[in-house]
Write a protein that binds this ligand. Structure first.
Ligand SMILES: [Zn+2]
Length: 104
């Protein structure tokens, strides 16, 4: 008895058989997708695969959400860093004022 499974017709990440897109044909730089899939899911795809290079819509959405979350986090770091600098500047100014006051 042979079992017929279309291993190339499954999502590489979750084995879903519907709403599949081929990572090699996604349009954006393929290497970027491969890198992000590896960073997010821990699965390394290559350009010369015998296995499925397809990924389902759901898994793509997870990566796109994750990319957006990272962008948001990066923007928030800019704000955090700005506030940190402002706070330190303010502290320095207060120290200088105290110093000045004590000299009088
Ligand atoms: Zn999937």
């Amino acid at each position: 008895m042979s079992i017929s499974i279309d291993v190339l017709g499954m999502c590489r990440i979750c084995l879903n058989e519907e709403d599949l897109l081929d990572v090699l044909l996604l349009g954006e730089p393929t290497s970027q997708w491969m890198m992000d899939i590896n960073r997010y899911f821990g699965v390394q795809l290559t350009f010369h695969e015998d296995k499925s290079t397809k990924i389902c819509f759901n898994c793509i959405l997870k990566i796109e959400n994750w990319r957006n979350d990272m962008k948001t986090a990066a923007n928030c770091q800019n704000i955090i860093n700005f506030l940190d600098r402002e706070l330190k500047k303010q502290e320095r100014e207060e120290e200088m004022e105290e110093h000045y006051d004590s000299d009088l």
